[in-house]
Design a protein around this ligand. Structure first.
Ligand SMILES: *[C@@H]1O[C@H](CO)[C@@H](O)[C@H](O)[C@H]1NC(C)=O
Ligand SMILES: *[C@@H]1O[C@H](CO)[C@@H](O)[C@H](O)[C@H]1NC(C)=O
Ligand SMILES: *[C@@H]1O[C@H](CO)[C@@H](O)[C@H](O)[C@H]1NC(C)=O
Ligand SMILES: *[C@@H]1O[C@H](CO)[C@@H](O)[C@H](O)[C@H]1NC(C)=O
Ligand SMILES: *[C@@H]1O[C@H](CO)[C@@H](O)[C@H](O)[C@H]1NC(C)=O
Ligand SMILES: *[C@@H]1O[C@H](CO)[C@@H](O)[C@H](O)[C@H]1NC(C)=O
Length: 623
């Protein structure tokens, strides 16, 4: 605590010393910022907490004065010669506008600190209309004028002048500074450039030489002054005079700041240590730094380029693996291989993976990368056909089934079997009649009927199916299908038609009801070549109920079973045009329409005989 106390005492002693020696020959001071300084302020002048002396803030029509509080002895006696003196100060003028400001400021040596009668506008709050130019003013001033007043022959709105008792300067010059380092030329400056600048005022009492120099704060005092005049201030100054500043704003919001000030009588002013000055607050748009000017655009460009590249890659990736979500997928649920996975599994649908071209799309062999699972992938164009959506829905449904079909587990319950029969029938009706395209399944058989866990049937495996428009003639095809389900006319015509499916459906009905395979493989209860012949035999003998599957163990609606058997026979009619359509089949199944009389001669034939007549080989083909 003691050293601090001692220091404080020293400072106050120093102040005292200053006051005492202000009358002596070598008085001097240097203020770096104005915090704690003893100044006489008036008008709008104030010292900011950061040490900046604000002579006028930005409001219009303001004046401000700041004086060293005590008068200094400029002449050794009332009639003595004026002493040499030297002042330096750092100022800044900040206008709301970049190309004009008003009015300006001045360093003054004056017999009074009372400027209440001075005019602000045009007179820098120094003089007025009456006393301007009057030798009784005893006023010396260096003006930093930012308004061109033609009354006083101002050179421009940005000039420095030396004034004695008058606003009309003895000498003045547009603001510039002598650049010692650069071939010694004058460089233009703007007083209200918002940059701090330093001014040096030197008076030589012996010669009457007055020199005023100005420079940006980073530049040392120029060798050559900006404005010079020869004037014996002994004729102007009073013995004791005040030193200080005056400033005025009008019309335009301008701030007049002082950052530092030094003064010396009979010697050069102590140099102002620029780094010790308070920092000028940042006003308005600051010129962007070089780093930002150069780095920012590059960084921005780089970032934009990167983002663009990433976006492009994402879009390309999205396009490459783009898949359309079909309406039916909302209904048929989430099981779906992503197009991306299928794309990779088939090496991008390369032709070397092509297995074949089906009715409406190519089939590729693929291997899933993770599971090594081998799959066949059918590529179907989204736009190609309207009916495709429903068709694909069947595939999707198959995907959701538990890969279980009728042959895995014989059903002991007739009602379940009938449920399945009805389901397959309605499925066929749907693909035959209700789609926009007609689909001929061509491979109706029990093993192609899949069941989900709720025993809902699904007619699966559309591998052989054909698609054609309603009312058009089906194209000739290869004979495909499964023996026992193949309609006899296929051998002759090779034409896919709905009635081929009806024939196969008939075989399916018999198979479901009898629990026997449609073609004799020596494991069943019948010794004919074909199941349909055995059922037909029993029908003709009137013992149709004996063909019903024994595993149903009497738990059977025999009437319904016999109706199904008769319908099976009707559907299996060798003559295609005597088979019912699927819509009729549904009506027969539901009992809405009584079955036609099957005892007519139409039914008294052997399918097998017909087939043998056509030289048909009884081995399964294509399966
Ligand atoms: C200077 O003028 C401004 C604007 O009128 C005002 O806010 C501020 O208080 C004044 N300062 C002084 C010291 O009078
Ligand atoms: C500032 O002074 C000028 C001239 O004296 C006057 O015309 C103007 O109205 C004044 N403006 C304000 C804001 O006081
Ligand atoms: C400021 O200086 C004046 C004149 O020398 C003096 O009268 C006054 O007491 C000083 N004020 C302070 C706070 O030192
Ligand atoms: C300043 O001068 C005016 C006019 O001469 C006078 O009325 C006023 O009292 C003076 N103010 C001071 C503080 O001396
Ligand atoms: C100079 O000022 C004094 C006192 O203010 C006055 O008496 C005198 O007439 C003025 N002279 C001129 C030329 O204005
Ligand atoms: C410097 O200012 C003067 C006076 O305003 C002008 O005539 C001159 O063209 C300026 N020079 C440059 C280089 O701007």
């Amino acid at each position: 605590m003691k050293p601090a106390f001692f220091l404080l005492r020293l400072i106050s002693l120093l102040h005292l010393a200053l006051a005492l020696c202000s009358g002596s020959g070598n008085f001097q001071f240097a203020y770096h910022g104005f915090t704690g300084t003893n100044l006489t302020l008036d008008g709008n002048a104030t010292v900011m907490p950061d040490g900046i002396l604000v002579l006028t803030s930005r409001k219009t029509n303001l004046t401000g004065h700041a004086f060293f509080p005590a008068p200094l002895q400029f002449r050794t006696s009332p009639d003595g010669t004026a002493r040499s003196f030297s002042a330096a100060f750092v100022f800044a003028i900040i206008s709301d506008y970049t190309d004009f400001s008003a009015h300006g400021m001045a360093f003054i040596v004056s017999p009074t600190k009372n400027f209440t009668t001075a005019l602000p506008v045009g007179y820098l709050a120094l003089l007025n209309v009456q006393n301007n130019g009057n030798t009784t003013n005893h006023l010396f001033a260096v003006e930093l004028d930012t308004v061109q007043n033609t009354d006083f022959q101002d050179v421009n709105a940005n000039h420095v002048g030396i004034n004695v008792n008058n606003l009309h300067s003895l000498q003045s010059s547009p603001t510039s500074y002598y650049d010692d380092g650069n071939n010694g030329v004058f460089k233009n400056l703007t007083l209200f450039s918002r940059e701090a600048m330093q001014v040096w005022v030197d008076y030589d009492g012996n010669t009457g030489q007055i020199d005023v120099a100005l420079a940006p704060i980073k530049v040392a005092k120029p060798r050559k002054p900006l404005v010079s005049a020869k004037y014996d201030l002994s004729t102007v100054l009073t013995e004791w005079a005040y030193i200080g500043f005056s400033s005025v704003t009008s019309g335009i919001n301008s701030r007049h700041y002082l950052l530092g000030w030094s003064f010396a009588m009979n010697g050069p002013a102590p140099p102002i240590n620029i780094p010790n000055l308070p920092k000028l607050p940042c006003f308005g748009p600051k010129p962007p730094s070089k780093v930002l000017v150069i780095v920012l655009p590059i960084a921005t460009a780089t970032v934009m380029l990167s983002l663009g590249t990433i976006a492009t890659l994402l879009v390309l990736r999205h396009l490459r693996y783009a898949q359309l979500l079909e309406d039916w997928e909302l209904e048929f649920g989430p099981h779906r291989f992503s197009y991306k996975d299928l794309y990779h599994a088939t090496n991008g649908f390369k032709s070397k993976h092509l297995l074949g071209t089906g009715g409406f799309g190519q089939v590729y062999k693929g291997v899933f990368r993770k599971s090594r699972l081998e799959v066949a992938v059918k590529k179907v164009s989204h736009e190609s056909r309207q009916g495709m959506k429903e068709f694909i829905s069947e595939f999707v449904t198959i995907g959701r089934l538990r890969n279980r079909n009728l042959e895995d587990k014989p059903l002991r319950d007739w009602s379940q079997r009938f449920h399945i029969i009805r389901g397959v029938a309605s499925g066929l009706l749907y693909i035959h009649e209700k789609w926009e395209k007609v689909v001929i399944h061509r491979d109706i058989k029990a093993s192609n009927v899949f069941l989900d866990h709720q025993m809902n049937r699904c007619l699966g495996d559309f591998g052989l199916s054909r698609l054609y428009d309603h009312g058009t003639e089906p194209q000739t095809t290869h004979v495909v299908g499964t023996m026992g389900y193949l309609a006899p006319e296929l051998i002759c015509t090779s034409k896919a038609s709905k009635l081929i499916d009806v024939f196969a459906f008939g075989a399916f009905l018999l198979e479901m009801t009898c629990g026997q395979r449609p073609v004799n493989d020596d494991s069943g209860r019948y010794n004919q070549e074909m199941l349909v012949d055995w059922v037909l035999d029993h029908f003709n003998k009137g013992s149709l109920n004996e063909t019903v599957d024994l595993r149903l163990q009497g738990d059977c609606n025999t009437d319904e079973a016999c109706r199904v058997l008769k319908l099976g026979l009707l559907c299996s009619h060798a003559s295609a045009n005597l088979r019912p359509g699927m819509r009729q089949v549904m009506q027969y199944l539901d009992g809405d329409t009584p079955l036609p009389d099957l005892t007519s001669t139409n039914m008294s034939f052997s399918t097998m005989a017909l087939m043998q007549n056509e030289g048909f080989d009884s081995y399964p083909i294509n399966n």
